[in-house]
Unconditional design. Structure first.
Length: 96
């Protein structure tokens, strides 16, 4: 059996109806999900702990981490603040 060329491998991958290539949007959601998971893990929190501490819906957090939904600009900004100042956000959100 002859080996396939790289071009043939790529063409087969592009035309496989059972495994279509990811769209740019799907790839972006996946990268965002990875980044959220890494932030959560860097803080040493489970999904439930992260969601509770930062007042985020747990199901939405899970959807982000799985790449099922895209964030809006407000979420991107909020997560950037959490990344840079997690203790400040925690204190601000604590009950008085």
């Amino acid at each position: 059996m002859d080996a396939m060329t790289q071009e043939e491998i790529e063409e087969n991958a592009r035309t496989d109806p059972d495994n279509p290539p990811s769209t740019d949007e799907e790839l972006a959601r996946g990268v965002f999900g990875r980044d959220v998971r890494q932030l959560r893990e860097w803080l040493g929190l489970s999904q439930r702990e992260f969601a509770t501490r930062f007042s985020i819906n747990l199901r939405r957090l899970q959807d982000w981490e799985q790449g099922r939904c895209a964030p809006d600009s407000v979420i991107l900004a909020y997560l950037k603040i959490i990344d840079r100042e997690p203790e400040l956000v925690r204190r601000v959100l604590e009950p008085a």
